[in-house]
Design a protein around this ligand. Structure first.
Ligand code: AMP
Length: 282
């Protein structure tokens, strides 16, 4: 992988990189488009990273569809599809990991101990292997994108980070590989996440800026039969709680629908309508 990247860069080509866990959907593919817009060659990695799953989480059952991924990557003109074997990435239980710091202690980090150390460790490894000039991440994983930016800044990775808006189905559901686990009733119930984001956004546009009031409004919409909310919070820079919600504040949600854990978020000033809508469901 590194030899390929170095050969391309020796020809003066800029490398764009999109790391994923596969089971590719349009959300991933829009990241590929963005990488292509800002680079000459696009590398897409597919690696279900065991380090970022807790012992009780869904590593074993995480959806895997490499044949489809290969086809989709080829259709989207990915120049290099990098699919490392688990044993090649982590020869043994790694002894050294990236310490993600305070931003990893709340929300997703609190719900999933060790998750962000696992994410940042594999992102650091992939950056060393691929040596990209640019890497594209999705805002769908908001806290992850903030942490990747912090790692790159604090550890001086020579990689530019681009964060792309969330891609949703027409009815608002954010695309996720885990949506494949949802049966039709759960698929319907899962709309509570984007509806709750919209409800908060509307209340904010109506003049409400008290995060406690906004969070309560969102929870009313999120708490429906079939959905178990984990958190709904309004955060500012570095994923910290805000005293007043302004246009840059982000509403972040995690909830379980059946056994499937879903996350979503919206930047208040951009709104759910500011995200990218695709697909056939309205
Ligand atoms: P994953 O395969 O879930 O680890 O995601 C790989 C990358 O795709 C991450 O940067 C995610 O934030 C991004 N991504 C996943 N779902 C979406 C989506 N619906 N819209 C935009 N980006 C996404």
């Amino acid at each position: 992988m590194r030899a390929w990247s170095r050969a391309e860069r020796a020809k003066g080509r800029r490398i764009g990189f999109v790391p994923t866990m596969g089971s590719l959907h349009e959300g991933h593919l829009r990241l590929v488009d963005r990488a292509r817009d800002h680079a000459d060659r696009v590398v897409l990695s597919v690696f279900v990273n065991p380090l970022q799953f807790g012992p009780q989480e869904d590593f074993e059952r995480y959806p895997r569809s490499l044949a489809d991924d290969r086809r989709l990557a080829a259709e989207r003109e990915v120049d290099c599809l990098f699919v490392p074997e688990t044993a090649a990435m982590h020869a043994a239980e790694p002894l050294v990991r990236v310490s993600p710091g305070p931003t990893a202690e709340t929300l997703e980090g609190a719900a999933r101990p060790g998750h962000f150390a696992g994410v940042l460790t594999v992102v650091a490894k992939l950056f060393h292997i691929v040596e990209p000039d640019l890497a594209v991440f999705g805002r769908k994983d908001y806290q992850q994108a903030v942490l990747v930016r912090q790692m790159v800044r604090d550890l001086d990775f020579p990689v530019e980070i681009d964060v792309a808006p969330t891609v949703r189905e027409l009815d608002g559901l954010a695309l996720s590989s885990r949506n494949a686990f949802l049966d039709p009733d759960q698929r319907r119930a899962a709309l509570a996440l984007s509806r709750a984001l919209r409800a908060v956004e509307q209340a904010w546009r109506g003049g409400e800026s008290n995060p406690v009031v906004l969070e309560r409004r969102g929870m009313e919409v999120l708490r429906i039969p079939g959905v178990t909310p984990e958190y709904l919070a309004i955060v500012g820079e570095a994923v910290r709680p805000v005293k007043q919600a302004d246009a840059r504040a982000v509403v972040v949600i995690a909830a379980r629908v059946g056994a499937t854990r879903l996350i979503d978020n919206v930047v208040l000033g951009e709104g759910v309508a500011g995200d990218v809508a695709v697909g056939g469901r309205a």
